[in-house]
Design a binder for this molecule. Structure first.
Ligand SMILES: Nc1ncnc2c1ncn2[C@@H]1O[C@H](COP(=O)(O)OP(=O)(O)OP(=O)(O)O)[C@@H](O)[C@H]1O
Ligand SMILES: [Mg+2]
Length: 323
């Protein structure tokens, strides 16, 4: 199970989830894409009409609906999707008062884990509870990074949250891959960004770089993955290669990330990719951080809001929801 996450918007998360999913299915794998974004871009990109979204991620996570009732087949053989709708935007707040709120997606997926070779979780552009649910359910994390200025901005915060999830609820989680997206070969900047990211993340960065391509941007409008919309285009070729790398990669090679220093100090130099002024992350022992810290201190506005309305004493659950 693979979470595709980056709290930065528009970096290619949904495009990657849809097209890696379609490429894996094309190669004979059984694949499920779970749309965790209220915008529903992965659902649209896979041709699921809004009116056809009867049972959705929202019902699965918030109401405990059986995920099998929400899975719909796509036009690609072997590729299924759990669609989302805008309702999901309320889930972040509704979940706050629920018991074990970060593990709801993991539990919902348990009965079907064995039915698929790959389950891809398309996260929203935030570090809120939906992304935390994805990180709690997954064994792998893939982070798309756009080849542009400020490419690494916010990554320190993402990695900090990954550590918190590893330490508190999901020690199996591995940051297995960084995929460079929207590469424009005409600019020197794009090359510089790729080199900087490779220098910092080393073998975690996939060999293939996804080119900027109009065909990739057009495909979701037709509800088709690139492998169907334009099967021989550069984008389709790149995403098929990425899918091969994803399938071949052994997550166990990427234990923890003690090998990565502080993102903020590791990538300055050429100035091609200024990074976030994130506070350095001190390594913490397992159990040192109370889960409430892990799940409320995520810099997400909704979470901050929720926290203010809850006088969370150590070890207590918020009672009865928020005002
Ligand atoms: N390689 C590419 N070349 C050209 N356009 C692309 C490429 N990848 C993605 N796009 C387009 O860029 C936009 C953002 O991509 P996408 O929706 O995949 O990002 P995202 O990270 O999921 O965004 P969000 O944070 O809003 O969920 C979309 O319009 C998409 O079609
Ligand atoms: Mg998206």
């Amino acid at each position: 199970m693979i979470a595709v996450a980056n709290q930065k918007g528009g970096v290619g998360k949904s495009t990657t989830a849809v097209n890696v999913g379609a490429s894996l299915a094309e190669s004979g794998k059984r694949v499920l894409v779970v749309d965790l974004d209220p915008q529903g871009n992965a659902s649209t990109g896979l041709g699921i009409d809004h009116t056809a979204r009867i049972a959705t991620t929202y019902q699965v996570i918030v109401s405990g609906t059986d995920i099998r009732a929400a899975m719909v087949p796509t036009a690609v053989g072997g590729l299924w999707v759990v669609p989302s709708t805008i309702d999901l935007a309320g889930a972040e707040i509704e979940l706050v008062s629920q018991f074990s709120r970060e593990g709801r997606l993991a539990r919902a997926l348990d009965p079907i884990r064995e039915d698929f070779d790959f389950i891809l979780l398309d996260c929203p552009p935030s570090l809120g509870l939906l992304t935390v649910n994805a990180l709690t359910a997954a064994e792998e994390l893939i982070v798309p990074i756009q080849c542009e200025y400020y490419a690494l901005e916010g990554l320190g915060q993402l990695l900090k949250n990954v550590r918190l999830v590893q330490q508190n609820v999901n020690p199996r989680l591995r940051l297995t891959g960084i995929v460079m997206t929207m590469f424009d070969s005409r600019t020197r900047l794009a090359d510089q960004v790729v080199s900087e990211v490779r220098a910092y993340f080393g073998p975690r960065v996939y060999d293939v770089v996804i080119p900027r391509s109009v065909r990739l941007a057009e495909a979701p409008g037709f509800g088709r993955p690139i492998t169907v919309y334009d099967p021989t285009s550069r984008g389709a070729v790149a995403y098929r290669r990425l899918a091969e790398e994803v399938a071949a990669r052994d997550p166990e090679l990427f234990l923890g990330f003690g090998d990565l220093g502080d993102v903020a100090s590791g990538t300055q130099g050429t100035g091609a990719a200024p990074v976030a002024p994130a506070a350095p992350v001190a390594p913490q022992e397992a159990g040192e951080v109370h889960p409430s810290e892990a799940f409320f201190g995520m810099g997400d506005r909704g979470q901050a809001e929720a926290r203010r309305t809850w006088d969370g004493g150590a070890g207590t659950e918020p009672e009865g929801g928020i005002e």
